[in-house]
Design a binder for this molecule. Structure first.
Ligand SMILES: N[C@@H](CCC(=O)N[C@@H](CS)C(=O)NCC(=O)O)C(=O)O
Length: 237
């Protein structure tokens, strides 16, 4: 058992990037599956904010309950290829991570509610993204598809204008690249996101070649390949 405990769900979500980061930094973590999708951990009673991902480093007792805090802690405390080389890279990485976090929160997460049939208003209101409130599923999917394109277009235009590559902060992969990659791949490959693929002629990133190029650079990293295996195809979302 590793000295770091990390709890998440058996989905890509906000968890797979943490698995990849641990692999790339050779961090020996013990991955727990939280209720209601697993039995190792109860996010409602054990995580301070009732969400996952959650981390506890048993070497010093620190407990973290936010994905950005978790990845920043891991790459700072356990140095490796994803550790930012200077304050400028650190700030840019956090900014691009937050782009992915917003895309996840406002597009992918509400899609999850539609895919999994999560209809409780209170659950959706917690996310401030009650896309099912008016018009039901069909309008919800259509609105979220528009939002998906809008959010991606900003990143695409920015990459082009700033001539960024092969990774989002330059020549080296950052933890932001990993999150952008897991978001894109989950839309491209997981069973649940067929709903969005169908809306976009099976090519949800057709208009975003520069984003796809960054994902391809991440995909070439052997430890990324080793971690993901067939998980994108196996996970529901
Ligand atoms: N800002 C938080 C958001 C955490 C979050 O909403 N996690 C979701 C899973 S990706 C969750 O725990 N949902 C279950 C719930 O809210 O009860 C982070 O990035 O860690």
């Amino acid at each position: 058992m590793g000295h770091i405990d990390i709890a998440y769900f058996p989905i890509v979500g906000r968890g797979m990037q943490i698995n990849i980061i641990c692999k790339m930094h050779e961090i020996d973590a013990n991955f727990l599956m939280s209720k209601p999708m697993g039995e190792d951990f109860d996010k409602d009673t054990q995580a301070p904010f009732g969400t996952v991902p959650w981390l506890k480093d048993n070497s010093n007792g620190i407990e973290l309950n936010d994905s950005l805090a978790i990845v920043q802690y891991l790459v700072t405390k356990y140095e490796g290829p994803l550790t930012p080389k200077n304050p400028e890279k650190a700030a840019l990485t956090a900014m691009y991570w937050s782009w992915a976090q917003d895309y996840y929160s406002f597009v992918l997460s509400p899609f999850h509610d539609i895919i999994t049939g999560h209809n409780e208003t209170f659950w959706r209101n917690l996310r401030l993204t009650d896309s099912l409130a008016e018009g039901g599923k069909e309008l919800g999917v259509s609105n979220l598809t528009i939002l998906h394109k809008k959010r991606l277009q900003y990143l695409e235009d920015h990459i082009k204008k700033m001539n960024l590559g092969p990774f989002i902060t330059g020549s080296e992969c950052s933890y932001a690249d990993i999150f952008i990659y897991t978001c894109v791949k989950s839309v491209q490959e997981t069973g649940g996101f067929e709903i969005l693929r169908e809306q976009s002629g099976n090519e949800p990133f057709k208009e975003f070649p520069n984003i796809l190029k960054i994902c391809e650079s991440v995909n070439q990293i052997p430890k990324v390949q080793e971690t993901v295996g067939s998980k994108f195809k196996d996970c529901p979302v």
